[in-house]
Every structure is written in C-alpha cells, then in structure tokens.
Design a protein around this ligand. Sequence first.
Ligand SMILES: [Cu+2]
Length: 205
Amino acid sequence: MNHATIMNRVSFLTLAVATTSLAAPLAAQAKDAVKSDDVIISRPGVLPSAVLEMTDEPGKWFKDPKSGGSLVVVKPGEAVLIKMTDTNTDHTITSLAWQPGADKFPVDQEKPSNASVTQTFDKPGLYVFTCKVHPYMFGAVVVDDPKTEGLDIGGELQLVTGAKVPTTSDIAKKLLRTFFVATTPALWRDYRQPKWEVKLPDLGL
Ligand SMILES: [Cu+2]
C-alpha cells in the first residue's frame, strides 16, 4: 500500500469519525472479519469480569452498569459481556478499533439482532466497539496489565479501515477524543455558549 492510499484511508476515517457515518468502512470490513458464527456468544464457563449494556440512552449506548460510563477496564485473559437486554432496537456489536493480532478480533455481528456477546481479551491495550446500524454508538474496553504502570492503551491501533496506526498518531487521538465526547453528554457542545471547552481524561498521549 503506498503512502497516498494510507493517507486517503486515514483521511477517510477522520471524516467518517467526524461525521459518524462509519457504515461504509464497516460494511467493507464485514467480509474480512471473523464470521459471526466464530464469535463467542454467551460461551458457557466464561464468567465476564465487566459488562457493557447496550441502551437507548443518548451517549450511553454502551453502558457500564457500575460506573455509568462507556469504558471498562479488565485484565488480560478476562472477558466482557456486551449485552442487549436494555434496548428496544436491534444492533450489531462490531469492532471499530482493536489491538493488532489480538485473538478473536475483529468482532463483527453480521446482522442486527439482540444477541449478546461474551468476548475474551488476551492482549493489553484499547478496543473500541460500535454498531453498524447506529455508528455513533461507542463502547470501549481497556485491557490493562496490572504489572505495568498506568493504563495500557497499546502502542498501535488496528482500525476498521485497514490502517494500523500508532496510538500517539493524530488519527488515534481524534478517535479517542470522538469516543470521549460522544460518550460523555456533559462534554457535548452547548451552542448557547460562546465557547466549547472539552476537557479529556489524561491518557498520557
Ligand atoms: Cu445500534
């Protein structure tokens, strides 16, 4: 892949994230992704250590019932249950960004349904999920190795567009900013105010 193609892909993702119209790259991903048959759906014996519940609540589309946020932190080898028990709509659980080479990734439910997923995470780093029907829905999992200092977000991110980017790159920062703004209604712009100041959590980037 030449540099121009990579830049086009990066620009496209920027645009796609900015406009939340991720449907095209997500559809393009579908054929390369793990088939939905391969995705672990409520695998017996895998006890999830965290939950993201899909809801109809603006911003909190993927919601940790404990914290109310859209990001959960687990340890390597642990599982997260992404469940669809609190929504009146069918969705897909689909990887938007994940750790390159992570086992069982990307996740992509081919068709919208109300099927929950229990997903195991082996590789430390950041994983972002969305829904192909509603590409403004975001949920994230950080797999943090407790032996290392700080939150492990990983050195690289594999994006749904096919690009693999450093987590310190502009595109990765834009994706993270979009994730935090979209999932935190308090950060949404109030157009009655002259200024819009967004304070993001410090991830050491
Ligand atoms: Cu959806």
